[in-house]
Every structure is written in C-alpha cells, then in structure tokens.
Ligand binder design. Structure first.
Ligand code: NDP
Length: 336
C-alpha cells in the first residue's frame, strides 16, 4: 500500500522533503470480521491548506510524526464493507488516507456519491468540502445583497473561484486578487469576474483596491489575511462584511502580522465573521441542489490543477503555499 508519510514536523513553510512516499505499507483488502469498517481504493486526493495542521508539531512530547499516511478529503471506491450504509462498488467522498487503499472506520465525513455524470474529481472541489465552503461562506456569512461590491483574495483557488462565480450569479460586482498574470486572465476570461489584479505586482494594495472599488467594498471574502486584510479594512464601506474563511499568508509565520487599520472596524461598523465549513454539512444536500444545475448548464466553470500519482503529492501540497496551483489542486491516486 503506497502511502504519503510525514518525515518530520514542519517548521516555517512546508517543504517536499518533509514528506516521503513509502511502498512498505500493508493493508488487508477485506474488512475484519464483525466490524463495520469499509475498505476503499482511493482515486483522487484533495490538497487543502488545513492539512498543514497535521504537519506541525502538536503540543506533545513526540518529536517524530506517526508513521502512517497523511489524511485528507478524497474520492474513493468501496472494495469491501461491513457497514450497511456502504456496499462494494459504491463511490464515496470524505476523509480518507493519502495512500492507495484505506480502511475507513469514521463515517462522520463520508458521503456516498449519487451523481456520477460529472468528473469524479469534482468531489474534492466544487462538489466537496471547498464547494460547500464557498457556498455557505458567501450565502450564510456574507449576507449579500444584489448589486453589492465583492472582493475575493486567493480568487482563482479551490474556494475563491467559486465564491466569485456564486457572487456573480447572485448579481454582485466581483473583483478578485491572485498571484500571477495567468490566474488574473483566468478570473476575467473564464471565471466571470468583472475585474482581477495580480497582488504581487501592486506595490500599494490600498491604491489597487481604490482603483477597483472607488466607492468601497461591501463584502470581502478573506482567504489570505495580513497586508491584504489591512488594505481592505481601509476600503470597506460602512456596514461592510468580512467573511474570514482563511488567512493562508499567516499560517507559516511565527507571529501573525500586525493589522494597522483594525480601528476601521469600529468607525465603519464592519462585521467580521470567521466560519468553519464543518458547521455547515447539514446544508450539503441543499448545496448540491443549487450547484448541480449550474454545472450541467455550463453556467459555472471549475478549474482544476491535476497532479498524477501519489509521488506528486508532496510537491502538489507544498505548492499551495507558493501559489503554484492554478485552480483546485487534485492528486490522482488511481484511475477507476
Ligand atoms: P487555494 O486553491 O486557493 O490555494 C491556496 C492559494 O493561496 C495559492 O494558490 C495562492 O494563490 C494563495 N497563497 C498562498 N500563499 C499566499 C500568501 N502568502 N499570500 C497570499 N496568497 C497566498 O486554496 P483553498 O481554496 O483550498 O483555500 C483558500 C483559503 O480558504 C485558505 O485560507 C484555506 O485555509 C481556507 N479554507 C477555509 C475553510 C473553512 O472552513 N473556513 C475550508 C477550506 C479552505 P495566489 O497565487 O493567488 O497567491
């Protein structure tokens, strides 16, 4: 059983050499008699920034990480099942191992795939955790109104590209920031954003935001934190809303950056609200009903960055923190 294993706990930014791919793992492909586990063959793995949590040293005395596969969201096929809710041949998405085969025993985040007339990899992205994040983040936390002006950072990524398209479909004016010309072109030409800019080429983020939002920002969907959040605070409208989905620019710093414009929250009566998608899984069926027709009608596009094989997983994972991924980063473990 080929597995991606953490070699040592990460300090600072993760490196490829913090992980290794081992072919020494063994797994029984039959569920142990009398248990309700499910053995799956993994097909697609999702690279998500939160996986970094497993890679940083926990508050224990252990200096070495466990010699087991990293875990994360994935798409898999059931090979054997002792659980009445899953049967051999079922396709599922949820938490599994970064390995060829996994024994699943926790079913809280394991969903049977009902709609297979879409690319199965979509269940790591638009039809999986990032899709639900974008949906509940925008519709439940941003309190949007038609015509409002929306700004999204890390806009071409797994979550950002969907927030932008959901906001456009809702009738908002939408601007995104991203870290390369290729991503900016994608946002404007393929992902329906009204405007986009490369934040790495803007010496003055405040000036850039004023260019795209001369009358201010109503909604900021926050994915990066740090200097971008500080500049956004200067440009929010009165009663604006900031949905804090993530702050990827801060994850690998020893100390988070200081915000200089936090007092704007008071003067402008801004509502800043953090959220975790795990609180919104009950909305998944409603979300599917919302998003599937848009996919089928071609009204939503989903850009994926597909890496082949478990061997490519360390590079793909690390790439999230340098912006190497263009769209949702997926790793193909096996073709069905
Ligand atoms: P993405 O697909 O957007 O990949 C990460 C992107 O972040 C990179 O491509 C890069 O894009 C950008 N980035 C990386 N480092 C920096 C940096 N130092 N400064 C600015 N941008 C940076 O990832 P996701 O869509 O999966 O995740 C987006 C955000 O949402 C993350 O903050 C993540 O933690 C959060 N999240 C939160 C959830 C929740 O429940 N609250 C659930 C899922 C995700 P670029 O080239 O544009 O810089």
């Amino acid at each position: 059983n080929k597995q991606v294993i953490l070699k040592n706990y990460v300090t600072g930014s993760p490196k490829e050499s913090d992980m290794y791919v081992s072919s020494n793992g063994t797994i029984k492909l039959n569920v142990p008699e009398g248990t309700n586990g499910v053995v799956v063959k993994n097909l697609y793995m999702s690279c998500d920034p939160y996986i970094l949590i497993q890679m940083k040293k926990p508050n224990t005395n252990s200096s070495k990480p466990p010699v087991s596969a990293l875990t994360g969201f994935g798409v898999a096929k059931v090979l054997d099942s002792g659980n009445p809710n899953f049967k051999k041949g079922d396709l599922v998405w949820g938490i599994t191992g970064w390995e060829e085969y996994s024994l699943i025993t926790d079913f809280q985040k394991m969903f049977k795939i009902q709609h297979t007339n879409v690319p199965l990899s979509y269940y790591t992205g638009i039809l999986g955790m990032p899709g639900l994040t974008a949906y509940c983040g925008f519709h439940e936390v941003c309190y949007p109104k038609k015509g409002e002006h929306v700004f999204i950072s890390a806009a071409s990524g797994a979550v950002g590209q969907l927030v932008g398209q959901f906001a456009k479909l809702f009738g908002c004016y939408v601007v995104g920031s991203a870290g390369s010309k290729e991503k900016v072109d994608l946002l404007k030409n393929k992902l329906t954003f009204d405007e986009a800019f490369n934040y790495k080429e803007e010496p003055d983020l405040d000036a850039a935001l004023k260019r795209y939002f001369p009358e201010g920002i109503d909604i900021y969907f926050e994915n990066v934190g740090g200097k971008m959040l500080d500049a956004v605070l200067l440009n929010m409208r009165v009663h604006g809303r900031v949905a804090v989905c993530g702050m990827i620019s801060q994850y690998n710093l020893e100390q988070p950056e200081v915000l200089h414009h936090i007092m704007s929250v008071v003067w402008k009566q801004i509502r800043i609200e953090g959220f975790l998608v795990f609180d919104y899984y009950h909305l998944y069926p409603k979300f599917l009903e919302f998003v599937l027709p848009y996919i089928k009608e071609g009204k939503i596009t989903y850009v994926e960055d597909i890496a082949e094989g478990l061997e490519s997983a360390p590079e793909a994972m690390v790439g999230l923190f340098s912006g190497r991924n263009v769209g949702k980063q997926v790793v193909v473990v096996a073709h069905e």
